[in-house]
Design a protein around this ligand. Sequence first.
Ligand code: OAD
Length: 256
Amino acid sequence: MSEFSIDPAVAALARDAFWVTVCSGAGMSAESNVPTFRDAETGLWERFDPTELATPEAWSADPALVWAWYQWRARLVRGARPNAGHDAVAEWARRRTVTVVTQNVDDLHEQAGSEVTAHLHGSLFAPRCSNCWLPYSGTDADPDRATEDLHVEPPTCPRCLSPVRPGVVWFGEPLPPDAWDRAADAAVGCDLLVVVGTSNLVYPAASLPERALAAGIPVIEINPDPTPLSSAVTHFLQTTAGIGLPALLEHVPPAG
Ligand code: OAD
């Protein structure tokens, strides 16, 4: 039994929803020890300058720095395991229709057993050619040497010999259109949207719960800290993903 108390109106939303869309951000993986971006002290953007690491300009200026940084992050994630929040989302999908849309570039939802409908910001584990976009499946230069400040030359595309780049979306780049279309459809097609672990500052991802609300779909937000969305959502649960999601799941009866 969860120690986090759920309001009866929130419990009813969880119990009665047949199609739930979960929109997750970096806070979803915080309890798996994967750092978020904007949390004070622990957030990646407290320690690193996004303009030097997460833009097309950064890549052009210093591909070996950018490649090494993403290899370091991939290594962090390889050592991480899903938390109780990821597990609750996977279990919810065994009971109801659940569409997972994430801004996260880790694979912790998949490790927990969820199928992810849209990785809006790409994946740490899907590198591709920076020129011809051929997915790259070779082993990388030397992942175990990658640290947060090392330069590691990216591998070379076997087809066109251009450098291979991380398969993530950088600031200033468009989202993958198919992933975006699936996410936007799920945001307005579901009968409950749960937005969890995102600061709701980065668009267009932050527009998904806004679209749901505009369509009259209830939105439950889970976050230990209020965000710009919190005053607009149907219910704000001020707690972590690892506590809030299992607490919601307790109210969803098993299928059948
Ligand atoms: P942020 O780092 O901006 O926000 C993380 C949110 O998670 C904050 O609102 C925290 O309060 C919350 N949080 C922290 N611990 C939590 C926990 N245990 N459970 C639930 N919530 C928790 O991360 P995102 O909103 O995901 O993009 O960032 C969006 C995008 O900005 C990222 O995908 C990335 C970044 O720059 C790119 O790299 C393109």
